[in-house]
Write a protein that binds this ligand. Structure first.
Ligand SMILES: *Cc1c(COP(=O)(O)O)cnc(C)c1O
Length: 447
């Protein structure tokens, strides 16, 4: 597998290099040059297989020659030891729940696979590295949990003391071992700035710092698997399927684009966004304008005014968009519009949808999943297209208890994985926003 940078100004690299470096040297994002194709028979052969087996079979084709098969199988079964339920809500609509992982968000799918693939390459070469990451909540916990207990990787996660919930904090501080959590007396932007400065600090080069952020191709590829998995599980496969994906940075949605490019018969991908509607506007007009600052909406993991993965979407349709959002070569917009529809859902509609889905189907959903469902309903109303559709629930309702309770009167029950951490001891260090002090801390800690 060879990967190119979306900015087209960096050399092609192997999967291993793309995985370990993250961002291309020209600040572009890595994309695979070629993808394998899965025939109807290939997909049919997955229909009775559990999730980890599907993951193994898909990845063994995508990463052919990059990871040995025996190791890949062990990795897939170790990473995906939880359920991926498909709930039928009516005869042409399913909800796929991606919220059953250890941190109860869909980010577990990507983080757990990426962590294990990194560990695989590092241990083969007897190397180690330190992942340094800033978080405003969910990404940090998924990453910390995913890397927990891996021998060759240490994780240092910085979070703003007052901006994460108690439960989010506990997901990062109760692990200990190779995970260090630092509570920063500042804002998320301060944490981000300190991490960025450390990456470009020549004095820290020898510490082998790496980032695990969402633009890593190692986080994207695993997100194509559940689209193939879900389709293979439908009774009497429909000819085609529609997916609705609650989207912020568009990594999840790009997983669906990859799956479609590997032969999955996806008729339409609905990228459902909240009031940050820069992508629906772009698809309508062809002009791209980011939203600065991004709007605060109930589905807070999707408050993104300039999705980083948009450059990948444009690349796959033949265009070039740089990291600032400037388009130097236009994508095939007709083809893009034919494959992708993007719908913006207001906070009011999000609330109404949580209530309606509960009243009509007795199913609890949280704000991100509600945006996905509403986007699908809007698409159906507009087009009259009743093709079988799967919409994604990306977090457990118990992560947003106040919104769920306000609409349904029901207090969602905590999943076991989150219950377990409630009574655990917390370990964390405390720092301010002074970079010099943070640097000293790293130098002392990482000897
Ligand atoms: C991160 C996140 C999203 C958005 O996913 P993208 O890949 O950034 O589009 C949606 N829902 C939840 C719960 C998330 O944590």
């Amino acid at each position: 597998m060879r990967l190119y940078s979306t900015n087209l100004k960096a050399p092609e690299v192997s999967f291993q290099e793309a995985l370990i470096t993250g961002l291309a040297p020209d600040s572009g994002l890595y994309m695979p040059k070629d993808l394998p194709s899965f025939s109807k028979e290939d997909i049919d052969s997955l229909k009775d297989e559990p999730y980890p087996e599907v993951a193994y079979r898909v990845l063994s084709k995508v990463l052919e020659g990059e990871v040995d098969d025996g190791s890949l199988k062990i990795i897939a079964y170790d990473a995906y030891n939880y359920d991926v339920p498909l709930e039928e809500i009516d005869e042409h609509t399913y909800i796929m729940r991606l919220d059953r992982g250890p941190t109860a968000s869909f980010k577990d799918f990507a983080a757990r696979m990426m962590a294990r693939l990194m560990q695989y390459y590092l241990s083969k070469e007897n190397k180690s590295l330190t992942i340094l990451t800033a978080t405003s909540g969910d990404t940090g916990s998924a990453v910390a949990d995913a890397f927990y207990g891996l021998d060759n990787i240490r994780v240092i996660v910085l979070f703003p003391t007052d901006e994460v919930s108690g439960r989010q904090r506990k997901q990062m501080t109760t692990l200990n071992d190779n995970i260090t959590a630092i509570s920063i007396d500042g804002k998320f932007d301060d944490c981000q700035a300190m991490v960025k400065q450390a990456f470009s600090d020549k004095d820290l080069k020898h510490l082998n710092l790496s980032s695990a952020n969402s633009i890593n191709i190692g986080r994207l590829i695993p997100q194509s698997i559940y689209y193939i998995y879900a389709y293979s599980k439908l009774r009497d496969y429909p000819e085609e399927i529609i997916y609705s994906v609650p989207s912020g940075n568009f990594g999840n949605m790009m997983g669906c684009v990859l799956a479609k490019n590997m032969g999955l018969p996806v008729k339409k991908i609905i990228a459902s966004v909240n009031e940050n509607d820069e992508v629906p506007a772009f698809l309508n007009t062809g002009d791209y304008e980011k939203i600065v600052p991004s709007k605060n909406c109930l589905s807070n993991a999707m408050n993104v005014g300039h999705p980083s993965n948009l450059a990948r979407l444009i690349a796959i349709y033949g265009g070039v968009m740089d990291e600032k959002g400037n388009i130097s070569k236009e994508a095939d917009m007709d083809k893009l519009r034919n494959d992708v529809y993007s719908s913006s859902v207001t906070d009011e509609q999000t609330k109404t949808t949580i209530r309606e889905i509960y009243e009509k189907y007795n199913i609890l959903i949280e704000p991100h999943g509600a945006v996905g469902i509403k986007g699908l309903f809007e698409f159906r109303e507009m087009t009259g297209d009743n093709t079988l559709a799967i919409t994604l629930e990306t977090a457990d309702p118990a992560k947003f208890p106040e919104h769920v309770k306000a609409q349904t009167g029901v207090e969602p029950e905590l999943p076991e994985s989150l219950k377990r951490i409630e009574s655990k001891d917390e370990f964390m260090d405390y720092l301010g926003t002074d970079y010099a002090a943070f640097k000293k801390y790293l130098q002392a800690k990482l000897v």
